[in-house]
Design a protein around this ligand. Sequence first.
Ligand SMILES: [Ca+2]
Length: 495
Amino acid sequence: MIAAAIPAVEAGAETGRPNFVIILTDDAGYSDPGCYGGEMSTPNIDALAAGGIRFAKFYTNARCSPTRASLMTGMYPHRVGVGDLCMRHNETPFPGYKRAMSKDVVTLPEALRAAGYHTLMSGKWHLGGRFDDDADRRPLARGFDRHFGKLGGGNTQFEPSLFRLDGAPYTRGPEEYGDDFYTTRAITDYAVRFLRQAREQDRRPFFLYVAYTAPHKPYQVPEADLRRHQGLYEGGVWEPVRAARTRRLRSQGLIDRRWRHTPLTSEQRARFDRRGWAIDEMRRVAAMTAVVDEGVGRIVDALRELGELERTLIVYLSDNGPDGFHSFVGATPLTGAKNRLTEGGIATHGIFHWPGGIRKPGRIERRPGHVIDLMPTLLELAGARVEGGQRLDGRSLVPVLEGRRWRGHETLFWELYSQQAMIRKGRWKYLADADGTARLYDLRADPAETVDLAARNPRRMRDLAASYQRWADANNVMPPGVVERWHRERKQKAK
Ligand SMILES: [Ca+2]
């Protein structure tokens, strides 16, 4: 275990350091919020954007656990054993695919707690600890003082018995909520409660991590909330909505005026002719998103009431791209969905709000940020450091917040449990599938990845492939198919 440095901060001292609130949604679409071109009702999220910074593109790792691992460590997920979704720890012999977050790294909440912060979490963990022999991988064992939420992935949105409170099963659901338990609202309730309780305790700064399970499947939302979105999408769900989102993204200045959204294939058109279910599904996503927005509003109100809003950095993003039908609309104007390394799977909205710290609010940042950047950003602002040679992959975004020159990322890398490999270097995106075929896109001219330039650029392809391979070799990343084959063979043995 590497020790986090402990600055000389006495408990209870007023330090003037900012508080942090990270709000992570689950499977939201890039252009779902109103401030990213969406038709969904998100006044509170839009207000954060208006008073803060919007990243034209903020990158994640295409699926729940890998993104959450990067958020908690500032590292690529394979370096901490989370190249795959988290199930049971040490499930495979591959260090990059242990299926639970390594205990040998200092997490963001561990480093902030050592620096004198309250560390509070409400929501979904999904980094291991679902089983009792795995309890040392749960939030309270990985740096959080408080936790209300679920240890695993997606599930029904109405079931309190799946939750835990401060390390024990949460049994007060029926007593607290009667028949009205709804995951998103309960996560907000406890987030606000934890904030107030921390402030009642002392004046130390806080880090609050709110990990909503919306708008992840199943698309469940209370009937009263669904009714509020009755008229939405009556005029059609796909082309009209996509066209309107693209128009608004252009007029908001988030995308280049020349960009077009990806055309639907004839097969997609045929599927979307079944309009009834598609309208229902999108309405449900919109209603779930509106309840998230209500939660954002309640958290902002609580910060304001506590007198903390000015000195709190709020970050709002999704853990990966949208899923299923939602992706065709939600990812507009990008291509693809959750679980793919096309931009629609890995690019999300990224909003930073901090009245006391962000210069020139209302700005758009065009260089992409990445979820690995959050830990170095927060550590810098907290004056906290991780000692012992733990090299973070992310770069601090503090220069962006302060309106100073920011180097940005020269290269970014992705690997999605051996099915796809990707490198982004400047404007170029190299994307390889498990069968070895690789494509090349110019993201500046063709953000929707419609024109494969690989055949015309053999030397660039070789360079990018070599660059990817060097990263893979140094970061526990396996060649395509190896991890899948191991799982397949183990399943056969078990039969
Ligand atoms: Ca997700």
